[in-house]
Design a protein around this ligand. Sequence first.
Ligand code: PLP
Length: 376
Amino acid sequence: MDKNTQCVHSGTISDRVTRGLNTPIFTSSSFEYMDVLENVYPRYFNTPNQKAVVDKLSALENTAGGLLFSSGMAAISTVIFSIAGNGDHVVMQKDIYGGTHHFATAEFERFGIEFTFTSNSVEGFEKAIKNNTRLLYIETPSNPLLLITDIEAAAQLAKSKNILSAIDNTFATPINQNPHDLGIDIVVHSGTKYLGGHSDICCGAVMTTHELIERIQSSAMNFGGSLNATTCQLLERSLKTLGIRVEKQNQNALTIARFLSQHKQVNNVYYPGLETHLGFDIASKQMRGFGGMLAFELDEDRIDPDRFVRKLGLITPALSLGGVETIICAPAVTSHAKISAAERQELGISDGLFRLSVGIEDVDDLTADLEGALSN
Ligand SMILES: *Cc1c(COP(=O)(O)O)cnc(C)c1O
């Protein structure tokens, strides 16, 4: 089956009782144990609603299986803590989601885990790998500058060094990119973003091999970050339209990226689908679409960033991403507000930098809103 067909059909548990087409919501937290193959319990990650979503995501990511979590960070922290422990070392790309970055700096040391932040180049990863390295952790496209990491090269490096590899595939979604097919062991998602897609649920997923699921699940049952049946059902419902949503977001984002890159008030546009983007060649090789996220930098000599964002009508300044509505955020005053201005400058995050999460609206309405706010 192809992606859109998998979105609609994979994993559905047909309702034998009513012959309804949708997976019912199984609310039980208590299941009978006599004459069954496995004990079922929400925190064991094996309830029917969890399984239905995992089966759909397994089809989409082409993995043997997976686990659903109550947030993206529950998924990410469980993966890392089930692989690395006291005395182990983790190599992480430094341009990653702020929460993951903070998780490493705030928690690893207390648990005896060493880590090195590197550039997103394979040479950078190779230099950082040590004898006690257990995991290479990457994210592409990255937040907020949409840097592109060569997934296949990173996976091959990890294999050659006998360490595991993990990727945060939140920005790309399985519609645009399948890292497991390129050799990455573990794929994580913040399902709060595109998988949920309607800015109304919080969840996460880990997709991987049978062997690694067993290992991660045994820790996950102790950490306890499983997902409830009602949210599983909302996620399953959302995933049916993931393909058409993301395809529309890809198209809209490319149109807006081209529009902004020709605008005189805009200095830089960061979108992996633009030929001028540093990662365009690698992105073209490993992605089927370039995603709905882009960033751009206003020419602060010509236009005031605060005035610009206040003049927008349709496009809302808001946190998070991946929903059907287009939202904008300034990393300098949101995700990266806690770091010094000097550090921000080093990371390429100016006060005029904006990140756009492009929705599924008619693109002409979006460019008109931007044009209105960009005019003096
Ligand atoms: C939001 C996000 C996360 C964290 O997910 P939560 O659901 O907020 O815990 C991780 N990675 C990326 C790329 C994200 O955008």
